[in-house]
Each structure stands twice: as structure tokens, then as C-alpha cells.
Design a protein around this ligand. Structure first.
Ligand SMILES: *Cc1c(COP(=O)(O)O)cnc(C)c1O
Length: 388
């Protein structure tokens, strides 16, 4: 049977048009875009075309886009680079308990370097209260970093309100928008965003390429030092095929985003409804409404998440246990812990995420296999319990 891929939150396939847009830059137009000769200029033109496309989708200017190797590098550059550049003004950073590790780990490193970090809590739906962000601010706060939408539970944060608070207090505001850029509309001016991370492979572009939007006039210390690429903000020869592919992915996202979000949200709601009503002792993790159109995270009482994942995989269905980054670790996800789940509850959670290639029939087959697998695992657990 045809495999069913329901892990678009972990990564998406590069669109055929994206692959096509990349190919010339491996061969024919291979030159270094920093070179002054004609072949170099051709490569440079492609890089700048992508930069303009990215900027346009954010309501930004082209020179505010810094190409990187992906979401992780963009987050590292933002946290470490913005903190270092503002050290003379203060030493305090505000973030949340449910950020991606690409934000949390740099925060830990900054703490070891003497910065102080406040991690605001979230409620049971995974929502940050902007009032808590405001309360956390001190005279020494130099940076706020709150993600746009969570990769595990899909909750979309009130970043417009947080941006307004940051602007009022003159604090730089960074958001990890890796799960939303190319999926939901984002206007950096309207939302008062100063820095924003995104990644190509999360919206049908290639892996290993992303960008950091950085508002004009915001100082940053480069974390990758070397040549003078990206206006001295990120050295290394441009990944021209990757950047060309990312540009094409942005173009496609701009055309398809609205209709696709609507289609996926309807599919998501139908799947959630069928699970919550059709399979007993199930609970939705994350916010019931303010969530990514393609993300579902469900808890199945009395079921081992890993066993469920394995059972689905045996039937050719690819999902994730909470988060792709933690699925091989025994520690429960920090996100599920932050929304108040007990260890056991966290370990009985399953994330599935829909995308461009998901058809209604795929969801139907998934739901059928899911229902049978959950029943089988529960029966097994009950049998084990009865035998002591
Ligand atoms: C995937 C992801 C990242 C990391 O992006 P890479 O391009 O894989 O390095 C960071 N933040 C969030 C929210 C993500 O979903």
C-alpha cells in the first residue's frame, strides 16, 4: 500500500518546481556570487531575486534578509548575535518554556556567559500570556524571543501583542517563525517584529538553507566569521542552489498559502473530531482553535506513544511522538511537560501533521489504522495488567 506521510512539521518534501529552480545552479550557473565576472553576476542575480521574494512576503526590505543554513543557525545568530551586540545596555533575555531547542540551548550558553534568562510559563493550551512577558521585563532586558507557533503542539502565540510590548519598552523582539513562514501571513511591521527565523525545508524548499529577517538599524554580531557576505553579518560562500530553491518555495507559498491553510485546517478539524469522538480516552494537546492549520497532537490514555508510532510505521504511516527532535530520547518533551502533562501522559502523545501531499483518503486510512492500533495496544496493556 502507498505510504502515508503525516510528519510535515518535521520536514516537507521539496516541491518539484523548487528542485527544477535549483538545478541550473549546480552546473551551468555554478559561479561564486561574490565574484565580479559575468558568471558570478548571474549567480548573484539569482541570490538577490530570492532575497527580494522573501522580503516581499514579510513586508520587509531586501537588505533586511540574511541567508543562513537553516532555522537552527538563524535562531543561534539571533540569540547570540543580538545579545552580544546589546551587552552594554543590559544582560537580561525573556523567552518561553516551550521554544525549540535551537533557541533554548543558545539561551543556556548565554547564561553560562553571564546573561540572565527568564523563561515565561505557558498555560495548559501552550499559550504565552503577553502580560507575563511584560511583567518579566526589567531595565536590563535587551531581547525577547518568543516563537510564532510551536512545532510540537501547534499553538500560535499572540506575537502581535508581544511585539507591541517590546516596541513600547524599546526591547528587540525575535520570533522563531520556522513553523509559520510560508504557511501563515506575516507582516513584520504590523507585528513589530525585529528579527525572525525561518527555514526552507519546512515550507517545501530545500534543507540546509534558511534566513534571518533583521530590522534595519538593529545591530548584530556575526556568529559565522570570515568573508564579507551578507553585509558582514554572515560569512561563507552563498548556497546558491539552496537560495534559488528557497526563493521558488516562497513564490509558491505566496500563491498557495491561503487556500492550502483552509484545506488543511478543515482536514485537521475532521481528523480531530473523529479521533476525540471515535476513540475513547483521547485528549487534544495544544490550543483547540489557535493552532497551526496542519498540526494535531493527541494523547491516548493507556497507550505507549512509541508503540503507537511503531504500529503506525509498520502499516506505512509516518507520524511523530511529540517532536522529531525528542522521539529518540526517553525524557518527556519539554513542551508537553510545560503544558502540565505528567511523564506518562507525555509518553502517550502522538503528533501528526498534514501537508500539500495529504489527501482526504490518506487521513481516512490513517484514522482506520490508528483506531485498530490503539485498541490493540490497550488490549495488550490490559492483558499485561491482569497477569500482574
Ligand atoms: C525545524 C525547526 C527549527 C530548526 O530548523 P532547521 O532548519 O531544521 O535547523 C527551529 N525551530 C522550529 C520551531 C522548528 O520547527
Amino acid at each position: 500500500m502507498k505510504p502515508v506521510y503525516l510528519d510535515y512539521a518535521a520536514t516537507t518534501p521539496a516541491d518539484d518546481e523548487v528542485v527544477k529552480a535549483m538545478l541550473p545552479f549546480f552546473g551551468e550557473t555554478f559561479a561564486n556570487p561574490s565574484s565580479v565576472h559575468t558568471p558570478g553576476q548571474k549567480a548573484r542575480t539569482a541570490v538577490e531575486k530570492s532575497r527580494s521574494r522573501v522580503a516581499a512576503l514579510l513586508g520587509a526590505a531586501a537588505e533586511e534578509i540574511i541567508f543562513t543554513s537553516g532555522g537552527t543557525e538563524s535562531d543561534n545568530l539571533a540569540l547570540k548575535g543580538l545579545a552580544a551586540a546589546r551587552r552594554d545596555f543590559g544582560d537580561h533575555i525573556v523567552t518561553s518554556a516551550i521554544e525549540h531547542h535551537a533557541v533554548l540551548r543558545p539561551c543556556e550558553t548565554l547564561e553560562r556567559q553571564g546573561f540572565r534568562v527568564t523563561r515565561v510559563k505557558v498555560d495548559a493550551t501552550g499559550m504565552v500570556d503577553p502580560g507575563d512577558v511584560k511583567k518579566a521585563l526589567t531595565e536590563k532586558t535587551i531581547l525577547i524571543s518568543i516563537m510564532h507557533a510551536n512545532n510540537e503542539i501547534g499553538t500560535i502565540q499572540p506575537i502581535g501583542e508581544i511585539g507591541r510590548i517590546a516596541r513600547e519598552r524599546g526591547v528587540v523582539f525575535h520570533t522563531d517563525a520556522v513553523q509559520t513562514f510560508g504557511h501563515l501571513p506575516i507582516d513584520v511591521d504590523r507585528l513589530n517584529i525585529d528579527a525572525l527565523s525561518a527555514s526552507g525545508h519546512k515550507f517545501y524548499g530545500p534543507k540546509g538553507v534558511g534566513f534571518l529577517y533583521l530590522r534595519k538599524g538593529t545591530r548584530i554580531l556575526p556568529q559565522m566569521e570570515g568573508g564579507e557576505q551578507e553585509r558582514d553579518r554572515r560569512a561563507s560562500t552563498h548556497n546558491v542552489p539552496g537560495i534559488a530553491g528557497l526563493g521558488k518555495a516562497v513564490e509558491l507559498a505566496g500563491e498557495r498559502m491561503a487556500a492550502e491553510a483552509e484545506r488543511l485546517a478543515a482536514m485537521r478539524d475532521r481528523a480531530v473530531e473523529r479521533i476525540l469522538t471515535g476513540i475513547e480516552r483521547t485528549h487534544l494537546n495544544g490550543h483547540p482553535r489557535l493552532r497551526l492549520p496542519n498540526n494535531v497532537n493527541i494523547r491516548f490514555d493507556g497507550v505507549e506513544g512509541e508503540a503507537l508510532l511503531f504500529g503506525l510505521d509498520m502499516a506505512g504511516i509516518a507520524c511523530s511522538s511529540g517532536s522529531a527532535c525528542t522521539s529518540s530520547s526517553v525524557d518527556p518533551s519539554h513542551v508537553l511537560a510545560a503544558i502540565g502533562l505528567q511523564r506518562q501522559e507525555a509518553h502517550s502523545s502522538l503528533r501528526f501533521s498534514l501537508g500539500r501531499g495529504t489527501a482526504d483518503g490518506d487521513v481516512d486510512r490513517f484514522l482506520d489504522v490508528l483506531t485498530v492500533t490503539v485498541a490493540r495496544l490497550r488490549a495488550l496493556a490490559a492483558g499485561r495488567g491482569a497477569r500482574g
